[in-house]
Design a protein around this ligand. Structure first.
Ligand code: HEM
Length: 200
């Protein structure tokens, strides 16, 4: 699950980097890259691996959470004072929000390419620009980005722990990098949403 998570952590900066081209007034650069991503054979393989990784991560996450619940069917009588962070306790719920977001997100973009939803797959620039003109989508996307940040923060440093890479000196540094990652990535996506909504 940690390896699948790390793969997804690497995908997001690439996705954000490409999406930042949506801020340009010229649609061509974004549409050209989107076309390349949709047609280049090696990227096609990457896409299958990506979608497979998402599924593995989701199913394993649900399985781990069910095991957790079964391990303690009756809750603690007094408050649980274990040193579990706020973020780790809610991973299943922040994860479920991201899954809901992904389903909506696929309806908004990916399914257009598959021909399941109407729209021009050669002009995702205009699709994104029209979508973010609708306030409700911005609210939903922005709430999801905040919860995505919570999920990413815990995911980032706990992946190191799962792989046995905890270290007296390095772990605090990993947590700082996790915090920066978990703020910068969602903030980048939010910047796109807000700019297209209010300033374009
Ligand atoms: C401003 C925010 C975002 C915008 C405008 C955006 C835009 C897009 C577009 C245009 C595509 C279609 C690419 C294609 O099919 O060729 C796409 C695909 C996708 N997006 Fe996003 N995205 C955003 C945020 C996110 C976030 C936060 C996640 C993850 C939590 C995400 C996950 C994905 C995934 C998994 C795909 C499918 C990749 C593929 O196989 O093509 N996106 N997005």
């Amino acid at each position: 699950m940690a390896l699948a998570g790390i793969f997804l952590l690497l995908f997001l900066p690439v996705h954000l980097g490409i999406n930042l081209m949506l801020l340009k007034t010229d649609p061509k650069p974004f549409n050209n890259v989107a076309h390349f991503m949709a047609t280049f054979p090696l990227i096609k393989i990457f896409e299958v691996v990506l979608l497979g990784t998402i599924l593995i991560h989701i199913f394993y996450g649900i399985w781990v959470q069910i095991q957790n619940w079964l391990a303690r069917p009756v809750g603690y009588v007094s408050g649980n004072k274990a040193e579990t962070s706020f973020f780790s306790k809610f991973m299943i719920w922040t994860g479920a929000t991201i899954l809901t977001f992904l389903i909506l997100h696929f309806f908004n973009f990916y399914f257009i390419r598959l021909g399941l939803v109407p729209g021009n797959p050669e002009d995702f620039y205009s699709v994104a620009h029209s979508l973010f003109k609708i306030p409700a989508y911005n609210y939903i996307y922005l709430i999801c980005f905040v919860l995505l940040g919570f999920h990413l923060y815990h995911a980032f440093y706990s992946a190191f722990q799962t792989l046995g890479l905890n270290h007296r000196i390095w772990t605090p540094l990993v947590k700082v990098i996790a915090l920066i990652y978990a703020i910068v990535l969602p903030a980048g996506f939010a910047l796109i949403s807000v700019t297209l909504w209010l300033f374009r």
